[in-house]
Design a protein around this ligand. Structure first.
Ligand code: FES
Length: 369
């Protein structure tokens, strides 16, 4: 091959072939340089999906696998994997001369993104006309085949009945009935790897947390969360859901985009022993971070007390307590009343510098073409 004058010397072949795949900075551009059986390939370091650093991924035969969500591109041609060939990242001619690796940076092929149908959750968030909509989310872990009595779940049902009697439309979601993955921690790779809609939701159409995203982001005006207390904290299913909601909060951090607007949250917390206020604090903090409003007195709680291990009595107490069930109803009414006020007043369209960080994210390792 004839060597044009402007090819860039990126280093000694003997050293560069020591890594099967690596990111190499060439002037202002970063490339994903691969070497298999002594043959070099050079493609753009920036993935077509949301910019993952391909050079930090791995090889699957002749395909570079993106470290963020595993899209694949041919390590020499830049073409997408079979079936997605039209999704191409730029590729660069490479040759070895006198033991040096040379890359023709001016000879890059064009990036090409084939159209991907946007996920339905990605649509614009717009409140449809109609009465206040209340979703109750029960986070109790339950054997669906042999259900047991759950105080927090029961109070949630009472809250939803009160909301209906008050003219609201309601929906009940029991997390225990949904089949969904735990968060895979894309955020830990990069803030931008945690996408909206959630990367897991986009990759696995069988993941059922979509029901919760749809209700929280698009449908509901009011979200009522019910949780038992487990060792002083909310239920494990609550946390499984909360971790997956990072993609909603993360939009504020990385795009200044607030998905939750003019919505209200309230909480029902029931424990055998203690820490209602501690759990409430954690729920208020997280749902505040998502962008929810709270009514005065945003939670109700019940626990039987530190010294009581007689759980049968606790079940009986919650089951038969008129005050608790009426209290749950009043919580729903307070939440709905605030939601109605928010709907009736001019909605906030643009929230500037939302989120606890209050400053723009500085991502120091942005991959480039
Ligand atoms: S697969 Fe590369 S950024 Fe998502």
């Amino acid at each position: 091959m004839q060597k044009p004058e402007n090819w860039v010397d990126i280093g000694a072949a003997i050293e560069l072939q020591g890594n099967e795949l690596q990111a190499v900075r060439v002037g202002k551009v970063t490339i994903a340089l691969s070497c298999v059986g002594g043959e070099f390939g050079a493609i753009s370091n920036a993935c077509n999906h949301v910019g993952g650093p391909l050079g930090h991924g791995c090889l699957d035969a002749d395909f570079v696998v993106c470290p963020w969500h595993q899209w694949k591109f041919h390590r020499v041609t830049g073409a997408g994997e079979p079936g997605f060939e039209d999704d191409r990242v730029p590729s660069y001619p490479v040759q070895v001369e006198k033991g040096r690796v040379l890359v023709d940076m001016a000879g890059a092929t064009k990036r090409q993104k084939s159209p991907h149908k946007p996920h339905p959750l990605a649509r614009k968030v717009e409140r449809a006309e109609g009465p206040v909509r209340v979703v109750g989310i029960s986070t109790t872990v339950m054997d669906e085949n042999f259900p047991r009595y759950s105080g927090s779940d029961d109070l949630l049902v009472s809250a939803l009945k009160a909301a209906e009697a008050d003219g609201s439309v309601t929906k009940l979601i029991r997390l225990s009935a949904l089949n969904f993955h735990a968060c895979r921690g894309y955020y830990s790779k990069s803030a931008r790897a945690c996408t909206w809609p959630c990367s897991i939701t986009q990759m696995d159409r069988h993941d059922e947390l979509e029901v919760v995203y749809e209700a929280l982001v698009h449908w509901a005006d009011v979200v009522l969360i019910a949780t038992p207390i487990r060792w002083g904290a909310a239920s494990s299913l609550y946390f499984k859901m909360a971790e997956r909601l990072n993609c909603v909060q993360n939009q504020v951090t990385i795009h200044d985009k607030v998905l939750i607007k003019n919505k209200v949250a309230g909480f029902i917390i029931v424990g055998g022993q203690d820490n209602v206020q501690g759990v409430a604090g954690q729920l208020l903090n997280f749902f505040g971070e998502l962008g929810f409003h709270f009514p005065q007195f945003p939670f109700i709680g019940h626990s039987r007390g530190w010294s009581a291990e007689d759980m049968e009595q606790n079940i009986l107490t919650v089951k038969t307590s008129r005050e608790l069930h009426e209290g749950a109803g009043e919580l729903a009414r307070r939440c709905s009343a605030l939601a109605r006020r928010l709907i009736d007043t001019a909605p906030v369209e643009k929230i500037k510098r939302g989120g606890r960080k209050a400053h723009a994210l500085k991502d120091a390792v942005l991959p480039e073409d």
